[in-house]
Design a protein around this ligand. Sequence first.
Ligand SMILES: Cc1cc2nc3c(=O)[nH]c(=O)nc-3n(C[C@H](O)[C@H](O)[C@H](O)COP(=O)(O)OP(=O)(O)OC[C@H]3O[C@@H](n4cnc5c(N)ncnc54)[C@H](O)[C@@H]3O)c2cc1C
Length: 454
Amino acid sequence: MQSTAKFGNFLDFKPEHQPQALELDLPWCHPSDLARFDVIIIGAGPAGLRLAEQVSLYGVKVCCIDPEPLSLWPNNYGVWVYEFENIGLEDCFDRTWPKACVYIDDSKTKLLERCYGRVSRKKLKQKLVEGCVSNGVRFYKAKAFKIEHQEFESSVLCDDGKELKGSLIVDASGFVSTFIEYDKVRNYGFQVAYGILAEVDGHPFDLDQVVLMDWRDSHLENEPYLKVSNSKFPTFLYAMPFDSNLIFLEETCLVSRPALSNSEVEKRMVARLRHLGISVKRILEDERGLIPMGGPLPRIPQNVMATGGNSGVVHPATGYMMARTMVVSCDVAVAIVECLGSTRMIRGKQLYAKVWNTMWPIESRLMREFYSFGMETPLELDLNETKRFFDAFFALEPYYLHKFLSSSLSLEELVWLSMSLIKHASNRSRLDVLIKCPVPFAKMIANIIWEYIR
Ligand SMILES: Cc1cc2nc3c(=O)[nH]c(=O)nc-3n(C[C@H](O)[C@H](O)[C@H](O)COP(=O)(O)OP(=O)(O)OC[C@H]3O[C@@H](n4cnc5c(N)ncnc54)[C@H](O)[C@@H]3O)c2cc1C
């Protein structure tokens, strides 16, 4: 049993809950069967399982490889509820909140009248795995380490020495992937976060609202070193209050390059909780997030298809990916079926081009350049400038704001949003962006031109 830490050394606490693996019988693939698959998916994370479930719906033969296909995913996922409702995943939440709020500073708070939810990793994984099982997906328990290609067939070599063959290999192994190729420098920004699901004595937050961002820094008044570093590379608090004694708290650096250190983020969290009067009694779960954001897209097309964390689908300005991946997997599945379905047999280069261009049509590539500019902007801004920026950003019309956050704006809407952002910004904020961001702006324009002409 852990002793109560009065505002401090909870960093020494060990998380008490260990995620339990799902208890399901999986249909395993036996390499001795010499089975050949239409699609082999490497990784049973959210992206891999969603694509496996979607593509197998149409009778395509799928195998999913993962060293632990039934283990529970480690991350705490949050999404806007309507994003999951639109795709039939509304039963995959642990908890939802009717509103979200953003603290700009001690005197200004923005309220977002949109329902936000904590994804139930267990329910979502169970739903996707059950879908896979009933559609005939086979699972293979191993780590993939090499992919080889022939004209119309590829092989995945696994760490147990076995080889699986398929027409299309999809890499869904997350940010650590080594199978996807790039033809530009991978100049990512990094979101860094330290989060705890904690039992606390009490907290000041409204149980009806998730705290999307708390940019207040009054907790650093007596911490001169932290105050200076926070004003240069700011972090905010993200909080999901479950009840008056149970809360998920995450100190987050929206984006940094190079990545802000974990210890810096943890120290700021300790100072913040002390100031808020939150005393941690027990830590049930914890997470340390390092999310690569922005950077170039993988080379399009290439022989291996990517989905999830390694496919460029992470929102460059927010780090969110979950809902977008669930949606885009449906389109990619249809493209795969159009090539490999029972009546047609389009394989090799034509197949690769079709699936990559379905995931990244030209409009989405252009939009991503804009979102990446949305990532480069906070990289250049200090705390006060960041506050002014988000003050204008969260004054946008909710329709456009939410579509921006869920990467679902059309190009015209994006242009409208940019004009509106300029309109809502204070003169000071316009000046901040004008002075600090001409290089990222020029790069965005150059990349847009490059996407058009190539
Ligand atoms: C701490 C954290 C919090 C996040 N919170 C959110 C959030 O709130 N909302 C949101 O939208 N996004 C969030 N994200 C971003 C993103 O949604 C997650 O990173 C998500 O888990 C990515 O899913 P994925 O399926 O691409 O990869 P992963 O979840 O990383 O899954 C990859 C799978 O591949 C397997 N694998 C790896 N290598 C191999 C191999 N060689 N062979 C076979 N299998 C392999 C792994 O075992 C794993 O099962 C968060 C990310 C982090 C790190």
